[in-house]
Design a protein around this ligand. Sequence first.
Ligand code: NAD
Length: 252
Amino acid sequence: MILEKFDLSGKVAIVTGARTGLGQGMAVGLAEAGADLVIVNHSPMPETENEIKRLGRRCLSIEVELSDIGLIPEIIEKTLNEFNKIDILVNNAGIIRRAPSVEFTEKDWDDVMNLNLKTVFFLSQAAAREMIKNNGGKIINIASMLSFQGGILVPSYAASKGGVASLTKTLANEWAAYNINVNAIAPGYMDTNNTEPIRKDEGRNKSIIERIPAARWGLPEDLKGAVVYLASEASNYVTGHILCVDGGWLAR
Ligand code: NAD
């Protein structure tokens, strides 16, 4: 029956950047659907861990600096020690730096590209090696409206999210043969730490809300349905897709 295909009981999901915001919301959503969680962040995640455990799911917290790809083996090893397998990977951790392109620094370029794109590739590669042994899996990358549009004052962020969309498609093409679905969610304008500066700017806040057909900022809660769908058997024939959860932003 179709609703059973959305059930994630017995599945093991890794979610990066799960301390706050969208990662926290998606980790809790996956736990609500039955999955056990490995949550990864460079700082502690007590709130997320408590909520997952309150739902009766197992939760392993791994504290690592995700922009250092040398630490990826630690994530895989700890996950396998605890759960023996990886079914789902959500590449969510990401940062943004804002400055005019003529003043943009190499550090703001590298920091963003390393975490938002390089780590997404190498963590996916490491997880896929385990998923192949396990006859399949689900990888969900977090893209952005700036996978489609240019944005303003965020050159490295826009380049990284354009890259996430391309990478999603290329990995989907290669790994479909191994039963690994690779998709992305492109959130619209969401109320998290990432967007605090533009929400505090009265003019930008007003113009953004006026342009969103749903007439409000999205919430972490709004991604739960999309992530559970893409993590579940219900989406087995969906791969290389970028699912926009944007209150209609791109339709306008
Ligand atoms: P957020 O700042 O609340 O979440 C980012 C998470 O990543 C946090 O838990 C943070 O601690 C963690 N993190 C940051 N740097 C890290 C590092 N070096 N190592 C490990 N963990 C690190 O913001 P968010 O909006 O929830 O962002 C989550 C993802 O969603 C990002 O990839 C972001 O680009 C994307 N996104 C956000 C929006 C939005 O409107 N908020 C829109 C589109 C895409």
